[in-house]
Write a protein that binds this ligand. Structure first.
Ligand SMILES: Nc1nc2c(ncn2[C@@H]2O[C@H](COP(=O)(O)OP(=O)(O)OP(=O)(O)O)[C@@H](O)[C@H]2O)c(=O)[nH]1
Ligand SMILES: [Mg+2]
Length: 581
C-alpha cells in the first residue's frame, strides 16, 4: 500500500459548437421554451490569421481554459464544493464554511453580507484559479429559484456545468430546470453526488433516477465506499484505485488520503473486512455491467459522468477536480449575427453577462463581467460596444476571485474578466475589436411579484435613487413607473419575493438607505408588442394597469392569470409577450 496522489488519464476532446440561442423572453417555469436563432447563420467567421507566434499562443491559451458553472437546487452544497475546489487547487490554504461558528472563515464565494447572514448564495460568483496547467474560470451560482435569472445568465457564459445532487434527495425541482437549460444550450454536464457522509439513498438508485428523470446516461467514474457515518472514501474507476480519506477539523484542510489497489490483500485492514468485501462485490457488478465512459457522448450531452463524495469533509474532491480539468471542454465556437465565431481567431470579442456594484468596499464602483469568446484581450486595448456605437478603452481588465480583483495585461477566450463600468456596459452587450458583431441577447424573465419601494431615509433622496438605479442595472429587480399615479415611488418587479429582500438589505448596507415595501396585488406583467396606436385604441379591463418600464416601453400588469389569459384570447392584436431588451 502506498501514499500517493491518484492518477487520472488525460483525455483529448474536440472543440464543440455551442448551439446557444434563446427566446427573447421567458418565465421561471418556462426555462425550456423554444430557441429563437435571431438570424444566426452557421458559416464560420474568421478574420485574417494573426502573426504565427501570437496565433499559436492564442490556440494554446484557449485550449487550457476550463470555464464552468456549479448548479443545483438550493443547499445541495455548491458553495461548499466550490470552496473545496479552491482548497485543492491551491487558491486558498484554509477552507471556510457557509455557516460559521465564532472565529471561523466564511466560504469565499458567498462574500456578500446578506449571503453570510442567511447562509445562502444570492448572486453568482466568479473565481479564476490555476490548476494542473489549466486556467479554471469557476462560477458558483445561487440555487434558489428567486435568483434563477442570475444563474441563467451565468449558464450562458460557460462551456460546461457541474450538477450537484444531495445524496439523500436526488434530483430536486430546481436542478431539473437548470439541467434543461444546459441541455438546450448543448452544455455538457458532470455530476457530483454530495453529502455521502450523511444517511442517503443507494448509489444505484441515484444513478437510475438521473437516467429516468433527466433522460441522460449516468456513468459512475467513482464509487462510494460505505455511506453515512461509515463513508470512508471512493473507488476511482478509471485509475482503478481505492482512495480512503480521513476527516479533518471542519474540513478546513485537505483530507489525508491512503491509496490502494482493489486486489491489495491489505484492503481488508484498510477499510475493514465488511466494507472491503462490499466494495469488491460492487466493483465486480459494475465492471460486469460494462457501462464504459465515452468522452464524445459526454460532450454531446448524452451522458453525464458521475462522482460521489462529501464536499464538507473533502472526500472525493481532489479526484473530482482532476477529472474536471480533464473532461470539461475548452471554449468552442459561439454563434453571433455574423455566424459562429471561432475562439482561436483574432480579433477579440466577448459579451457582458453580469454587473455587480460595490464588490470592493474601498472603491464602491460597478463592475461589468465579460466572458471572452474569441481573440486576445490586451490591457488598454480600445474595444467597440455596438449597442452604443462607441469605442471604450479597456484600461484595467481584471482577473476576478470572488470580491478580489487583479489587473491583468492580457486575457483569453474562456476567461471571465471584470472591468469597471461607469455606465457604458449593460447586461447582454457585445464588446469586440475589428468588424462589429453581436452575440445573442440575454433574455429577461417575466416578473411575477410587484411592490412599491418607499424611502424611509428621506434626507437620502440621492442615495436612494443611485442605489435603485445600480441594482436595476445589475438586474436584481426590474423597475416600472406609472406616470398617471400621484405617487412618485417606483414599482419594483421581481421573479420572486427574495429579490425584494435583497434590494432592501443592499440598500441599507451599500447605500445606507432604509426602505419599506408595499406589496401590490399583481401577479403577472406583459409587454405589448403592437404599435402604440393599437394599444391606445384597445379597451383594457379595469383591473389591468398600464405602466412603463425603464426604457419607456408600455407594460400591462394583471391581478390574475385568468385575466391575462382572457386578454390574450380576446385581444390578440396586442401581442402580449415577456420583457425584451
Ligand atoms: N453533511 C454534509 N453537509 C454538507 C456537505 N456539503 C455541504 N453541506 C452543508 O449543506 C448546507 C448547504 O451548503 P451550501 O454549500 O451553502 O449549498 P449551496 O448549494 O451553495 O446552497 P445555495 O447557494 O443557497 O443554493 C451547508 O450547511 C453545508 O455545510 C456535505 O458534504 N456533507
Ligand atoms: Mg451557494
Amino acid at each position: 500500500m502506498v501514499m500517493r496522489e491518484p492518477e487520472m488519464a488525460r483525455r483529448q476532446h474536440p472543440l464543440k459548437l455551442d448551439q446557444a440561442s434563446e427566446p427573447s423572453h421567458m418565465t421561471v417555469d418556462d426555462l425550456s421554451s423554444q430557441a429563437d436563432d435571431a438570424g444566426l447563420s452557421d458559416t464560420m467567421v474568421a478574420e485574417p490569421p494573426a502573426r504565427d507566434g501570437a496565433q499559436a499562443q492564442l490556440a494554446s491559451e484557449t485550449a487550457r481554459r476550463r470555464t464552468f458553472a456549479i448548479i443545483s437546487h438550493p443547499d445541495a452544497g455548491k458553495t461548499t464544493l466550490t470552496e473545496k475546489l479552491l482548497l485543492y487547487s491551491g487558491a486558498i490554504d484554509l477552507a471556510g464554511s457557509v455557516r460559521t461558528r465564532k472565529n471561523q472563515r466564511h466560504a469565499t464565494s458567498d462574500w456578500m453580507a446578506i449571503e453570510r447572514e442567511r447562509g445562502i448564495s444570492i448572486t453568482s460568483t466568479v473565481l479564476a484559479v490555476d490548476y494542473a496547467g489549466c486556467r479554471i474560470n469557476l462560477l458558483d451560482t445561487p440555487g434558489h429559484q428567486d435568483f434563477s435569472e442570475d444563474t441563467y445568465r451565468t449558464l450562458i457564459a460557460v462551456d460546461s456545468a457541474v450538477m450537484v445532487l444531495d445524496a439523500a434527495k436526488g434530483i430536486e425541482a430546481q436542478t431539473r430546470k437548470l439541467f434543461e437549460v444546459c441541455r438546450r444550450r448543448g452544455v455538457p454536464i458532470l455530476t457530483f453526488i454530495n453529502k455521502l457522509d450523511q444517511p442517503g439513498r443507494e448509489p444505484l438508485d441515484l444513478l437510475d433516477e438521473i437516467e429516468r428523470v433527466l433522460n441522460i446516461g449516468a456513468v459512475p467514474l467513482n464509487w462510494p465506499i460505505g455511506s453515512g457515518g461509515e463513508f470512508q472514501g471512493v473507488y476511482d474507476m478509471p485509475g482503478r484505485q481505492v482512495l480512503r480519506f480521513e476527516r479533518t477539523a471542519h474540513g478546513a484542510h485537505r483530507a489525508p488520503v491512503q491509496v490502494a489497489n482493489i486486489g491489495d490483500p491489505a484492503l481488508d485492514q484498510l477499510l475493514g473486512p465488511r466494507a472491503a468485501g462490499q466494495l469488491r462485490d460492487d466493483i465486480d457488478l459494475l465492471e460486469g455491467a460494462g457501462a464504459g465512459f465515452d468522452v464524445a457522448t459526454f460532450l454531446r450531452g448524452e451522458v453525464t459522468p458521475v462522482f460521489f463524495g462529501s464536499a464538507l469533509n473533502n472526500f472525493g474532491v481532489e479526484p473530482f477536480l482532476q477529472a474536471l480539468v480533464n473532461l470539461a471542454p475548452p471554449p468552442g465556437p459561439r454563434p453571433s449575427d455574423r455566424g459562429p465565431i471561432d475562439p482561436v481567431a483574432e480579433p477579440f470579442s466577448g459579451f457582458v453577462f453580469k454587473i455587480q456594484a460595490n464588490m470592493d468596499p474601498n472603491h464602491r464602483d460597478r463592475m461589468a463581467f465579460i466572458r471572452i469568446c474569441s481573440g486576445r484581450l490586451e490591457k488598454d486595448m480600445p474595444v467597440h460596444n455596438p449597442r452604443l456605437g462607441r469605442s471604450i478603452r479597456m484600461t484595467r481588465p481584471s482577473k476576478v476571485f470572488a470580491r478580489e480583483r487583479e489587473t491583468v495585461s492580457e486575457a483569453y477566450p474562456g476567461d471571465v474578466i471584470g472591468v469597471t463600468n461607469p455606465g457604458v456596459f449593460a447586461i447582454g452587450d457585445t464588446v469586440c475589436a475589428g468588424t462589429p458583431l453581436r452575440y445573442a441577447a440575454i433574455p429577461r424573465f417575466a416578473p411575477e411579484r410587484f411592490a412599491i419601494l418607499q424611502n424611509r431615509s428621506l434626507s437620502k433622496h440621492k442615495q436612494f435613487h443611485k442605489g435603485l438605479e445600480q441594482l436595476v442595472e445589475e438586474g436584481v429587480v426590474q423597475l416600472l413607473y406609472d406616470p398617471l399615479s400621484m405617487r412618485r415611488e417606483p414599482i419594483l418587479a421581481a421573479v420572486g419575493e427574495l429579490q425584494f429582500d435583497v434590494v432592501r438589505a443592499r440598500m441599507a448596507t451599500e447605500y445606507n438607505v432604509e426602505t419599506e415595501l408595499e406589496h401590490l396585488s399583481f401577479v403577472a406583467a406583459r409587454w405589448p408588442s403592437c404599435p402604440p396606436a393599437v394599444l391606445e385604441s384597445t379597451r383594457l379591463p379595469s383591473a389591468v394597469r398600464q405602466v412603463y418600464d425603464s426604457a419607456d416601453r408600455p407594460v400591462l400588469l394583471f391581478t390574475s392569470e385568468w385575466e391575462l389569459g382572457y386578454l390574450e384570447r380576446e385581444q390578440p392584436q396586442l401581442g402580449l409577450g415577456g420583457p425584451v431588451d
